[in-house]
Design a binder for this molecule. Sequence first.
Ligand code: F6P
Length: 521
Amino acid sequence: MGTRCDQTPAWAQLTSAFEASGQSFDVRAAFAADPQRFSRFSQDAPHVFADLSKNLVDAPTQSLLFDLARQCGLEQHRAAMFAGQVVNSTENRAVMHFLLRNPPAGQYIPRHAAINKIADMQAEVEVTLNAMLAFAGQVRANDHITNIVNIGIGGSDLGPQMAVLALRAFADKPQRIHFVSNVDGQQLLDVLAACKPHNTLFLIASKTFTTAETMLNAQSAKAWFEAQGGQDISRHFAALTTNIAAANAFGITTTFGFWDWVGGRYSLWSAIGLPLAIAIGGKAFRELLAGAHAMDEHFCHAPLEQNLPVRLGLLDVWYRNFHGFTNRSIAPYSHALRRLPAYLQQLEMESNGKRVDTQGHALPYDTAPALWGEPGTNGQHAYFQMLHQGTSVIPVEFIAVKNASHPLPGHNSKLLANMLAQAQALMVGKTDNGGHRHFPGNRPSTVLLLDELTPASLGALLALQEHRVFVSGAIWGINSFDQWGVELGKVLAKDIESRLHSGDASGLDPSTAGLLARLKT
Ligand code: F6P
């Protein structure tokens, strides 16, 4: 890591720039002053066109942000990740999900000496991917299996679920793919109501194979399978995990592995993507990987000034640390992308929701914004009121698809018109003497545009988001790849669960004890 961001000369210059002109920046005036603003602040990246011109940033500020990136050592940090160095220091792990989407490197020849660790890993990745896609092909060809039930949570659920919905137009088999994540048994029961043991394949998706919710759902699914007379667990259960031994101990022999250098929220590209591979087939799954790889190449090689993940990540820093914006709203104008906000929520908030630097020292500045959203136009009829007229400014990220995947006339133009209109209204506003009908305008938004929603463009869009989170995390000097903040609740839940049985409230705080007593009666 380079110099901490708030100790760089660029940070001080950005602070002055914000005071001098940044806080009073008016994007409408900026458009009036610069006829080239749209082209200056928009750019093509693989499969994604981005319009950044409605953001509250000018060219001098953007150039200071690039200085900030260089002074914080962003390029070195990026090189370290791509070189397989231990970027995730608190877990002593490399971070190499990008390897999962590299093009095939050829036949795997096992080596005894780790002469070239990455090349060895790359070859192992290819062998595993081939096995996983071959299995997906068998399942797709098996007319007896009509239900696939993915049991997993967090990264072992959000990615595949979001992608299966996103690429439904490419799902060419009648098999139904269900996702069970919640330990609330109702979700599992609702799914099982549609299944019979002989026509169901359970995928137990868990990187660690220890996550409490997933383990209980898996046990209940297995108990249901056996109670209903199900035969042959090896054909009806598969595990997607780095912990093959635990999966075997559970009784599952069909397993697809991955590696500790794949973070849970970065695991869609690994065996965790199996439900998607079953839905769309191996060829399309490889197109997803290729789209992501194209974005990896862009992130690795494009100069910072024309590097879309870098530009987005720096804008995130500008908004969070100088403007003080606390939220980012995600608005996919695409029904197929309706689970994207939930997926991005984990990506951003579990990665960058950190209060200490990589050395464990408390940070004097803010990190990740809260991230949330709903697909358009639904959000317009719910919370957009606040985006337009609320007291807080919340940058919006619109995601739109030029060509629809359906033939219904009139729908796509209405959808796109609404997206453009919202972005326009946020920026332009409407003067009404400050009364109820007044829109202040000057509210920032970004538009990410795909020509079509395909496996390749989805792959690129997701890799773009991964890398922009990397960029802001690198500027903030935090470890974007651990998630210690989820541990305390897990430990306490175990303790409280046993107290729910025993009723023992000793040593608990009065509120928890009071609630426990009510739940016991
Ligand atoms: O508790 C958080 C978390 O560890 C996420 O990071 C992860 O995606 C999720 O739980 C599921 O973990 P696993 O795949 O090991 O079951």
